[in-house]
Write a protein that binds this ligand. Structure first.
Ligand SMILES: [Zn+2]
Ligand SMILES: [Zn+2]
Ligand SMILES: [Zn+2]
Length: 165
């Protein structure tokens, strides 16, 4: 599982090895603090998603788990994903029916995603559902927003460079 030190990931150049390591450490610390069980398979699924920075479907995750020696039983992958999504380590991208590791672990947030339609790279931004035009409309209607799904599709900087401009 080698990853390039610098990859255009989350659309930004960064030290990806350190990024994966610190995110795994943060997950371990949070699980220890909150009494959550980060079992080997849960940790592996999180690591696979962190390494990719890309949306992966459940079956792609299952294949990678299988390669990593965790077997190929779909319930194993689904249960691990359920745990990771429930506790905010991983988000589900509805439009792709796929999963991506959270880029802001620990923070209670409403993610907003930018999804590259060419390479499936995903960048996560924070959104504030109670602010902005939607927030104002909700306020006027007396509606309390609990969750919003923001998924923007487009072309990432790396792919834009490849496509002729
Ligand atoms: Zn990274
Ligand atoms: Zn997130
Ligand atoms: Zn792309």
């Amino acid at each position: 599982m080698s990853s390039e030190l610098t990859a255009p990931i989350g659309f930004e150049q960064h030290d990806h090895r350190a990024c994966v390591e610190s995110a795994l450490k943060a997950a371990e610390t949070r699980c220890a603090d909150e009494g959550l069980r980060l079992t080997p398979v849960r940790k592996k699924v999180l690591e696979l998603l962190l390494v990719e920075h890309r949306a992966l479907g459940a079956y792609a995750i299952l294949d990678l788990l299988n390669e990593a020696g965790f077997g190929s039983q779909p319930p194993v992958a689904y249960r691990a994903l359920d745990f990771l999504v429930e506790h905010g380590f991983v988000h589900k991208i509805e439009r792709l029916n796929a999963f991506v590791a959270c880029a802001h672990p620990g923070a209670n947030h409403s993610p907003a995603f930018m999804i590259c339609r060419l390479c499936d790279a995903v960048a996560e931004a924070q959104s504030a559902p109670s602010k902005g035009a939607l927030g104002a409309a909700a306020k006027a209607a007396g509606f309390q927003i609990e969750k919003t799904v923001v998924e923007a599709e487009g072309v990432c900087p790396a792919c834009l460079e490849k496509v002729d401009v």
